[in-house]
Structures are given as C-alpha cells and as structure tokens.
Design a protein around this ligand. Structure first.
Ligand code: SF4
Length: 966
C-alpha cells in the first residue's frame, strides 16, 4: 500500500497541508482514484480532519464556468431542430439520434482541441486552394489538409462525395447555431464548457477564485483546452502536478530501456512543462528483476476465466497475500460473467468496478429479445397477433427465466420444434403468468418499456438469489440502469411531446441501452478487485491478472464514430488511432509497473472480427524486459486440469437445479431425460440442469422432422371419438373406406403448424407441406390397417395421457423424493390385455439383450426406445400386466409386419412380454439409476463413446473431441 502512487501523493499532500488539508483542491482524471486518495489520507491523519475537495477535471470545469453539462438526449434534440432548419433533413428523430450523437462528439472534439470550426468545415466548391490563414497549424498538418482536398473529386455534386459535401459545407452553420441556441437555453456539451474556460483564460478573464492549493494528479493525454488550464494554474503559483509513470518509458536519456515508447508519449511531452515535486521514489519499477510476469495462452475466450480460478486458488493460499491488492482486469468486459462464475470459494469478497456493457447482460437481452419480437410480429387473417417462434424462444430461454418456466416447458418446446410451429399466438405460449404481459401488445409505445420493467422486476424479485449472489448483483444493477434509462426516455418524450411509433421507440430504447454501461461501485477498498482497463488508472496492485491481452482488446481497435475524415482529423490535431494506441500502451505499462506478480492471458479464438492474436504488448515485453516473461500455453477447461476432460461436479448449484427438476406438483424426470443421462451425463447436465437449450433448428420448409408430431396428433384425433369405446374391425373398415382420417390429418396441421388457426398465416404454405400432408395420410392409413388386421377389437383407454409416478429414493442415507413422468401416445385394451403403444417414425429397433443392458451407459447399442416404453410400462403398470408396443410406422408397409419388443442374447431373441418379475428387475435398475443421478459424488462427465459427440448439439461447449486429442 505504501508504495502505491496514490499513497505517495496522499502522503505528500498531508505533509504539506497537515494543519488544514480541507482547503486543498485535488483534481483527478476520474472519480474512483479520489476514493482511494481519501482512504490513504484517512490512514495518515489518524484523527478526523476536513478532507480536501476531490474533483474530476470535468467537475472542476463545471465549477469554474458555473454551468453543468446537459443530458445527451436533450442536446441531440436541440441539434435535431438546428439540423432540420439548416440542412433540411426530414428524417424522424429516432433515426437521426445516432447520427446526431456522432456529430455532437465531433463538435465536442473541435472545442476541446480548440479547432477553428470555420476552417475545418470550409466551402470546397468555392475555394479549392487553402488560402485562409492556417498559421496555427504545423506545416505537416497543412500538408495533410492539402492532400485531403486535392484528392477530393473535382465535381462532387453526385454520389456519396456529393452527399458528403452537401452536409459538410453546412456543418459550420449547424455548429455555430447550435452553440448559440444552447447558450441561450443555458445548456452545454462538455467541450463547449472546456472551450469557454480556455477562451476566458486566453483573454485573461479567469483566475482561480481563491488561494486554495490545487493538485492535478495522474493525467496522461491532455487536450489543448486542458493544457491552457494547466498553464493558467501553473502561472497562479498554486498548482502542483503529479504524473504517474515509469522511468523505463518516460526517460529519453541514452541507454533508456524503452526510449520513445508509446506508453510515455504524452507524459514525456508535459512532464517538463508541468514538473512534479521531487522526492517520490516510485518511478523505476517496471523492469524490476523480482517482478514475475507469466503469459498464458488459452484455447478460447471463456476458458480464460478458469486461468483466473486456478491462479486465485493458488495465490490465496500464499502467506503474504492481501486480497485487496489483487486485481483481475478484463480487457474484454463481456468476460465479467464467466469470471464471476469461475471465482474459487477462497476468493472471498469480490468487488467489481467496470463499465460493463449493458448489452452483454441477460437483463438487456431480455429487453432486446422482447423488442425484436414486437418488431417481427405479424397477424393472421382475423387480425390476431402472431409472434415468430424464434423470438418467443429467445425470450423464454433467457437465463433469468430459468426459475420461472412453466411446468412441462421442456415438452412444450420439444413439441414446438418437432411440430415446426413457425408463428404463435399469445395463448399458445407456455410461460408463467408473470411473464405473459411481454406477449401483449401495448396501446402506446411508451407503455411497453414500462411493461418490460414490471415483468423483470417480478422475475428478479421472485428469484432465489443463488444466481444473483454468483453474479455479484449484476442483474439488479443492470435492471436499475435500464429502469433509469426507460424513465429518462419516457420523461424526455413526454416533455418534448415527441410521439414515436412503436418501432421508433423500440429502436431508440435499444440504441440507448446498447450504448450504456453499468459502473459498479461496490466496496472497492476490500476484497479482490475485478476491473475494466480504464478503471485501473492510478491504482497499483501487488498481483494482477489481465484477460484478453489480445490485439483488438488491448489496445482496443480505433473506432471513433466521426464525420471528420481521418486525414482532416490528423491535420487539425484531433485524436486519431495513433492517439488511442498510445493511451492504451500507457494504461498497460502503468498497470503492471509496480505489480510483483503479473499474469497476462490471451486467447487463440478468432471471433467477432478478432484474429486470436496476442497483443503487441506481450511481444514487446518478451523483447524489452531484462527478465523474460515465463510463457505458459495452457488448454484449460472448467473442471479439468491442463489436459483433462470436462466434467461438472454436483456442487450446491448443480445439485439444487437437479432437485428442482423433480420438485413440485408437475415437475418430473421424463424417460427421454433419463435416456439422455444414459447417453452422456454431461449432455444431460447441459440440457436439463444448466437449462442450455439444444440449438435444434426448425425446418421452416417442413421436412421429415415435422412428420412425427403431425402423425402423433393425427392418430390422437382419429381415435378421440372412441375413447372408452370399443373399436371394431367394422369401425376401422368404415374409417378407411370413407377416408374419415383425412379430417384428423387436417386438424393435426391446424393444431401443430398453425397454432390452432384454420388457415395458415400468409406466405407459410409451400409445396413441401402438400407432400407431407399426402404422405401423412398414407401412414395414418397404414396404422389403421394394422390395427384392423392385428389388434381390433380394442378399447381406447387413453390418448396422449400425462402420467406421473412419485417415489422416494435413498442417497447417502438421505431420502430424496423423485417424480417420473411424461406423455404416453396411446393406452388400449385388446383381447383382455392392456397395451401401451408408442408411435415411432425413426429406424426400427426392437431388440435388446436384457433389462440390465437398457441401463448400461457403456453399451453403445443400448436400445433407448425399449428403455422409454418400459419406463412408461413401469410408471403406468399396477397389478395388471401391460404389453409394450412400438409402432415403427415405416415398417407398416411390409406385408408381414408384426410390432413388439424382442429380448435375449445374440440370435436367441424372443418376443418380450414383461411379467411381474421382469418389472421388479426393471424397478431395481431404475432405482439404481436414480440414486446415481442424485449422488453428489458422481459428476456429470463425458460419454465414453466419441461417436455420440458427432451430432451432439453441445459439442462446441464440451470440446470432447479436442480434449481427447490432447
Ligand atoms: S459432445 Fe459428447 S461428451 Fe460432450 S456433451 Fe455431447 S455427447 Fe457428451
């Protein structure tokens, strides 16, 4: 602590103003450093004193001009009015907003960099030569301007160049009028105030209002307006300047380690002009021989979080560790959630301080999905609203709703996918009541933002808090930011009487939210710090882990939204990418200069425009430091060592999610869930415990994937009139002769595809649907013929029946209540025997060796269909023996077809009609399976059969094939 920059400055201030620190003004580039400064000062005084006035530079400028910076929404609104008047644009406000915001940013730069706007926005047509007095620019800058205009087209009235020029030539008038309008209304953007103060200084109309000493601490890149202010303060004799740097990159003396390095580009320029007091011996640490720098490469972005896990687990065991002196720095802020989830228990309190992008949070994606759904909605011919299924699923898949999914949600979704329902009405959506308002169209656009807030409020209030604790309150913070944003936008629209269309409102809301970040303030003085790069400014840590030290993240790519072309920006001395690279170089070297242990993690994954390349800063370190960094290439995955296999332990969260699967009236484990478990425990975890939906794509052009659900529904419709009645051979003859099953096929299409609507939504019928309809009729007919020939007479006892069986198992001496259940296709009674019928549209598979084989995950030929129907037989069976019947419908076209299971070793298989003893054996195996599923000692691990992974929807997350290659 005593060797930190902030502590040394606090010590200096305290020593110099021991009697009255309260009369000192301390100015920092950002707010956070002030907090650490006050903390250090409090430790030095040992008794209560008036603290110095701590300000940011912007706060100081506001104080000195007596004006406040206005909210951007209002500024863009004023600009909109001026722009419309001068340029003649008639685009709606919401479309203008991003453009207006960019233009305001340019005007802000012009003012902070004291650029003459008239010179910049010159009239090219009237004057292709640079005749104005540009003597305030260097020769190089003038040459750049000349180059730009010389290469501008001669006759630019047409095309993009013409449009550019049309706007360009009027921008001075827009700039000038906007400033006048804002001044009249006592409004201002930041640069306007900076220029106002700098111009007052230039006219000698400003001096410090009192004799307070002013400390300017930790600045790096200064704008010309700031330089003017620094000079005036220096001239006053009341200012003290402190720069945070390392000799290695700032000194220019011969033999310096990093002479002319970008990291020191700005400080080298100012340190003589605004010299710091002597005696702070903390500026020669970067190349310390004791410093340990390790470089890790990770196979993908997210896995970097597990490097944090492992390092923290190791560091927190060391004796001299102070947790508040450890920082985990995220150059890519979207890693916040994976990092929080990967924190080891030993980490203890975590404090998060960063500009976390709202758009990376589940709360934002809930908003975003709802807004997209409304934009994509359509109507049927009766004017009823229909939602596109993917938009609905996007909402319901949101992790925030994981605890609020309606019972049977998985089955509902599976049906939806199987049945290819492309458009859904709100009454066809399976969601808890508290979520349903999202699917109701609001009367006016402003109300919808409020509806979403209300739903989210309820969802967050009724959550168990488990996730929230893991996420460090992230969702609550994001919700709060969105709450402020929606209210701010709604107030603004009402105040300005600016009615927006629903789409316009949604676009603007999404745009504003997408621009926003959440800044956590937590308790920064205790616990491990998780931070963004910007938040590390002026702070020193003993141990630092930096993630995503990749090109594209550190430094960030140059993406200044500006209407001013690069060469003109450069010509007029406005910031460009060279400026940004130097700023990031400073952040990086400053961050590691005083740390004793540094871990730099980069990833090799190419995505989102990044090439998976390590940052230039790592390469520089390898050449520049006296002691080369130790480089470690690791292939980390959660739960595995360097080259292990991915598996998830049944810790508190996983176990409680597993138990939630079978708790409550209607929650149960289905045979298909158990089949998934037997196929691969990890896949079961992804799908049922973690709730990560299989990214199964619907076949919107309706191919064979739809067939199964249509067939099931059609068979249900055919036999519904015969429930509890006898179906005779004659009845079936009549159905077949009169083709009565056609009505059932029509109804299945109506229910399964058009969400209960008679006619399909416009544009959703195509030739493939007609082919499927005709094939479906043939299959239904074949089943009816089979029933007539082999089964009739029979009595229909149940169709699409929901069945549930409750039982209690004992795990580790503790009882665990479990429910098994699902839906059976058909239960009937034929010739005195109860039968359970399961219609199958896949390949025929009726054979199996033994009951034990059905439960053997090692056997890759395990018969999952037999397991499924026998589980239903066990669930439904009482004392009456039940006969399982698998109707493999593709087989029905063979003349000698007989359905039914066959059991036995090798070729000695015989038709299987389970008796009581068989079912007792089945029960015993089932019980063992359930005990294993709920046993905390048995992790969710990968299947031994690599071939199962080829078509596994989770193989990208699991990377089993990759780890098996290692
Ligand atoms: S990829 Fe293979 S090991 Fe991984 S979850 Fe899927 S089936 Fe299991």
């Amino acid at each position: 602590m005593k060797n930190t920059f902030i502590y040394k400055v606090a010590e200096y201030v305290f020593t110099a103003h021991r009697d009255d620190p309260g009369r000192v003004k301390v100015i920092f580039p950002n707010r956070r450093a002030g907090l650490f400064f006050n903390h250090a000062l409090a430790g030095l005084t040992g008794h209560p004193v008036w603290a110095p006035e701590v300000l940011t530079i912007r706060g100081f400028v506001e104080e000195q001009t007596g004006k406040k910076v206005t909210d951007t929404l209002y500024l863009v609104m004023e600009l909109y009015g001026v722009y419309k008047e001068i340029i003649g644009s008639i685009e709606p406000f919401e479309d203008f907003y991003p453009w207006g915001e960019m233009l305001l940013g340019d005007f802000d730069d012009l003012d902070k960099y004291l650029v003459d706007a008239r010179d910049l926005f010159r009239n090219l047509k009237a004057e292709r030569e640079l005749t104005q007095d540009l003597s305030y620019l260097s020769e190089e800058q003038v040459a750049l301007l000349r180059h730009f205009w010389d290469h501008f087209p001669e006759a630019p009235e047409e095309g993009e160049a013409g449009k550019f020029l049309h706007v360009w030539e009027k921008l001075y008038a827009v700039y000038e009028k906007l400033r006048r309008v804002l001044a009249t209304k006592e409004m201002a953007y930041e640069g306007m105030l900076y220029r106002e103060l700098a111009e007052k200084i230039a006219r000698r109309e400003w001096t410090l209002p009192d004799a307070s000493p002013v400390y300017l601490i930790g600045f790096n890149a200064l704008t010309p307006t700031e330089v003017k202010l620094f000079e005036a303060l220096k001239d006053s004799g009341q200012a003290f300047f402190f720069w945070d740097y390392d000799e290695a990159y700032v000194t220019t003396r011969a033999g310096a380690s990093l002479p002319g390095h970008d990291a020191g580009r700005f400080i080298r320029k100012y340190i003589r002009r605004f010299s710091p007091p002597a005696g702070l011996n903390i500026f020669d640490n970067l190349l310390d021989k004791e410093k340990e720098i390790r470089v890790y490469s990770s196979p993908n972005r997210t896995v970097q979080a597990w490097v944090v896990h492992n390092l923290l687990e190791q560091w927190t065991k060391e004796e001299d560790v102070q947790k508040e002196r450890i920082a985990v720095v995220l150059a890519d802020e979207s890693l916040l959630l994976p990092v929080l989830h990967a924190m080891p228990e030993e980490a203890g309190d975590i404090n998060v301080t960063m500009g976390y992008p709202l758009q990376d949070s589940p709360v934002f994606s809930f908003f975003g999905s709802a807004l997209t759904m409304l934009k994509n909605k359509t109507e049927d011919k009766d004017g009823n609203t229909l939602f596109y299924y993917k938009d609905v699923l996007n909402i319901l898949h949101n992790p925030l709703l994981a605890e609020h999914r309606k019972t049977g949600w998985h089955e509902w979704e599976e049906n939806l996918i199987r049945q290819n329902k492309i458009y859904l009405s709100s009454d066809g959506i399976s969601a808890e009541e508290m979520v349903m308002p999202v699917f109701e169209i609001p009367e006016n656009s402003i109300q919808y933002g409020q509806v979403l807030l209300d739903v989210l409020h309820k969802v967050l209030s009724f959550s168990s808090g488990e996730e929230e604790r893991k996420d460090g309150g992230l969702n609550i913070e994001v919700y709060y930011q969105l709450y402020l944003l929606v209210n701010r936008l709604n107030d603004f629209l009402e105040e300005k009487d600016l009615p927006l269309s629903l789409t316009g409102y949604l676009n603007l809301l999404l745009y504003l939210a997408g621009q926003s970040t959440v800044t956590f303030y937590g308790e920064p003085l205790t616990g491990i710090q998780v931070m963004g790069v910007l938040e590390t400014r002026l702070l020193d840590f003993d141990r630092v882990i930096v993630l995503s030290v990749n090109e594209g993240s550190l430094p960030k790519p140059y993406a200044v939204a500006s209407y001013i072309p690069h060469s003109l920006r450069k010509g007029f001395g406005l910031p460009t990418y060279e400026h940004r690279d130097a700023v990031y170089a400073y952040y990086f070297y400053r961050l590691i200069q005083r740390a004793r242990h540094v871990a730099l993690v980069w990833h090799t994954e190419s995505d989102a425009g990044q090439k998976g390349e390590k940052s230039r800063f790592i390469s520089q370190l390898q050449y520049l430091t006296q002691k080369k960094p130790e480089v470690t290439n690791l292939y980390f995955s959660p739960g595995m060592g360097v080259t292990g296999k991915l598996c998830v332990q049944k810790d508190g969260t996983a176990l409680s999610c597993l138990q939630a699967l079978v708790a409550g009236e209607d929650n149960y484990l289905s045979p298909s869930a158990m089949n998934t478990y037997l196929t691969c425990r990890l896949r079961f975890y992804f799908k049922y415990v973690a709730g990560i939906s299989e990214p199964e794509e619907m076949e919107e052009d309706m191919d064979a994937a739809l067939f199964g659900s249509l067939l099931h529904r059609a068979m249900e419709k055919v036999y519904t009139p015969w429930k509890e009645k006898e179906v005779t051979v004659e009845d079936l003859e009549k159905i077949l002769q009169k083709k009565l099953y056609r009505k059932a096929v029509d109804e299945s299409f109506r229910d399964e595809l058009y969400d209960g609507h008679e006619a399909p939504p416009a544009g959703t019928v195509n030739g493939v649907q007609m082919i499927i309809r005709s094939s479906l009729e043939k299959y239904v007919r074949k089943i009816l013929e089979y029933d007539r020939k082999y089964v009739a007479p029979f009595i229909i006892k149940g169709l699409e029946e929901k069945v549930i069986h409750k039982l209690v198992i004992t795990v580790d001496g503790k009882t665990v209540p479990v429910q098994l259940g699902g839906k059976t296709d058909r239960r009937d009674e034929s010739h005195g025997r109860m039968r359970l019928v399961d219609y199958k549209t896949g390949q025929k598979k009726t054979d199996f060796e033994s009951i034990g084989q059905l439960f053997d995950p090692e056997d890759k030929n395990r018969n999952a269909a037999a397991f499924q129907i026998l589980t239903y037989v066990w669930i439904t069976g009482g004392d009456v023996p039940v006969q399982p019947e698998l109707y493999f419908v593709r087989e029905m076209f063979r003349s000698d077809v007989r359905q039914g299971l066959r059991m036995g070793p090798g070729r000695q298989k015989v038709p299987f009609v389970p008796d009581r003893e068989d079912m007792l054996g089945f029960e015993e195996k089932l019980n063992n399976l359930l005990v294993e599923m709920f046993d905390p000692q048995v992790p969710f691990d990968q299947t031994p059969h690599a071939e199962f992974c080829t078509h596994c929807p989770y193989n990208a997350i699991c990377q089993r094939n990759r780890s098996s290659e290692n």
